[in-house]
Structure formats: structure tokens, C-alpha cells
Design a protein around this ligand. Sequence first.
Ligand SMILES: [Zn+2]
Length: 453
Amino acid sequence: MLSAQRGLTCLLALALAGASISACATQSGQGEIGPDDNAPFADDGKADDPSAPAYSNSRRDIISTSLDVNLATRHATADVRVATSTSRGMTFEAQGLNVTGVHSAAGAELEHAVSGGKLYVNVPGGRWPTNIVVDYTFDVQHENNGWLGASTVTWPYFCGNLFPCRSATRDGSAFALNLTGVPSGQTAIYPSTIDEEAPAYMLAWAVGNYECQSLGTTDAGTDLKVCWLPRGKTAALAGTAHLVDVFNWYETNLGPYMFGSDVGAVSVNWGESGAGGMEHHPYWHVDDASMASEETQAHEAAHGWYGDGVRIACWEDFVLSEGTVTYLAAHALGEVAGDELEEATWASYQEDLDYALENEEHTNAWPQGCGQIDLLNDHYFTMIPYIKGAMFYRSLAREIGEEALDGVLATFYQSHAGQAMHMQDMLSTIETETGFDPTNLARHWLRNSGDPQ
Ligand SMILES: [Zn+2]
């Protein structure tokens, strides 16, 4: 996610969405898991819901989610594969769904209940892993929190307005998607499959009068393209001028891309106040207002490695996603397009930071704990983690060298792609790989002990 224009535009829209659906706010996850813990994890509070059925205290993990969506009728079927465990049920977020049926892969109806925005499903016999098939309809949403009529946004925890899901980023899922009912003459842009585990908010689609153009192929064989809406071609080509080189730099210096060999930038319109982009890999979305920004394009592309590729374990670890890609965007643009663009990017970051330090309630980029903050309603979704995170890495590069830092980011990615990690894990990797103890830099830039002036 990138909210441009000093966090005022997209940030505002998303903050309004959070406020209006405050019941969803606590779904961002409670409780901590170890970074390598692949076992089914503690659920996020459903068992405390007094209205929940007795089988609601499930401990579950989604393996894959296959969606068939008819855009004309807004009827959909989700076939969700759920991991092995010992209890009887499964809980999904489903706050915006009208569930019309739940059955097994073999067609047997499954006992279920919808309560408090959750879908509880009983699976008799407890044979796991198993597939749970949910038929439902969904509504058009208006606050960047679901199907917006031309594209989808479910970040950070609105996937339950679009499909039965678990929004906690530690629960990754593979995906398959099939769209029907696309208006005639329009094009739907979406991945038919995502084979590796990704956060629920990564899945998206966009529908419109799109034109696309190939941008080229990286050394690893990844084809890049850009797609724009009417009158958007000039901006789209400007913003993606170095995108093949940037993507190639990420693949070469960080490691293989996880989400397919056909990728690209898709222009969307998030309304008059919209700006920035969203990491809907492999076809990330960028608001038309930001489509010409090379920094926005490089930022969203980098989320294929950090944020989507390596997921964050808790929303408190947001800086591991946003700080890392904000650094990578400036650094990679400098490597492939020259110092002038990199310096302009850092100057723009500094303006964002100055604004944020003046105006934001929190200036701490890395809140302590796990599952205790609500990113939107507690006002932690600001430019602070983006820019302070990037400046932490730039300060680190000055200590250990840019190439050594590239090596750390590569090691971390290659060790943890497909996993959910903490920012603390990154600090540990820095010290293990380089011998440099980053504690003081982290305290200065991330933990609020004296804001930079
Ligand atoms: Zn971002």
C-alpha cells in the first residue's frame, strides 16, 4: 500500500472505511505466533463471542481459496481448503456476505451459522485438511473496502466483504479466481491462479475499458506489462519507464519472484481523493492520479518481495512491509535510473516525513506487541512507518554498505518467502549476516526515542 500526497488522500478514504465498519476493526488478529510456526494458530477472538455456536472455537489455517465470481449477479462460490487440525469447525470473516449455502467438496450440506460478521462452519468427522464450499452474494462497497464496482480493495481487513476469508496476515492462502458476467466490451484483469501463499488482501481484480502494452521481459523471464484506462496512456508509460529494469533488479538482487511470470501495473480510479497504489500482485493497482510516478510503481512492485512475498506477522510489523519497500523503491530506482532520480525520491520522502511528524498522532514506526493495534482506527496508517522505515535502512546502508544491505534483504527474503515475519526477525538477520548490531539505529528510527529533526 502506498498513500501518496503525504498520506492525505487514500489514507483519508481508508480511514473513513475503517471508522464506518468499526465492527471489523478487531479482526486484524490477536496473539503472537513464532515466525516459523506453520502449525494452525490461535484464532482471533471468535471463541469469546457469546453469540457464536459451540463449535466456533476453531484453530484453523487456510491453504487455498478458489473463487468463482459472477459480476453481473454478484453471486459467488468460494471453495476453501483448510489445513489439518483436531477441532470440528472453521471460522471465516464474512461481514459483507449474504451466505446462501455451505457444503463439502462432495456436496454434503455443512451445518453453519452467521453471527457478528463471522461465518462458523461445522465439519463433522473432523477429517482435515478439507474443502469448505460457500455460496454467497456480495454487495458493492463505497469506502475502499470491497468490490467498488470497477475494482476491488480489501486491505487491510475487509476481505470479508468479498469472500469468506481470514484477514490476519499470518494466514496466507493460495488463490484461484474466475470472473464471469464482465460487461461486454470491458476487460477484466486478474490472476487466474496464485500458487504461493499470499495475504488475503493481495487478491484483487479490475474491470474496465483497458488497453495494455508489453514493457519487456526480465533476465529471469518475467513479462511485464502496463494497463491503462481511457486517456491514461501517457501517464502509464511515464511511470513504468524503468519498470522492467527495476523488476529485474529485484529479481537479481533479492531472489526469484513468487507470483508468476506475467506481471504488471494496472491503473484504477479510486475516486477524486484517491492516490497511491496497492500491492495486488501479480497485477498491482495504481490510482490514475499516481500512475505516472516511477516511485509508486517501484514501490508496489517491491511488495512482491516484502509485504506479499514475506508477509508481516502482525500489523505492528507494518514497517517490515512498507519501510522495506519504500527503501527498495528509492534504492532500485537509483541503481537502474541514476542518482538524480534517487535523490529526488529521498527529497520527496523527507517532505513526507516532515509533514507526518508535524501532523500525525503517532510518530512511532514500530509499535510494540502483536495484535494490539487497529491500523486504521488507532491511526497508525500514516507515512511514518513508510518513511522512518526507509530512513532506518538508509542509515544502516551508510554503516554496512549498500551491497551488504542488499545481501541481508536477499537472505531474509529467500529464507522467509511465503512466511509471516516480525521486524525483530529482520534486525536479528542484519546482525547475523553482517555482525552489525542495529539496535541503536532501530531505536532511533523505529521506536520513537527522539524523532529525527
Ligand atoms: Zn506499500
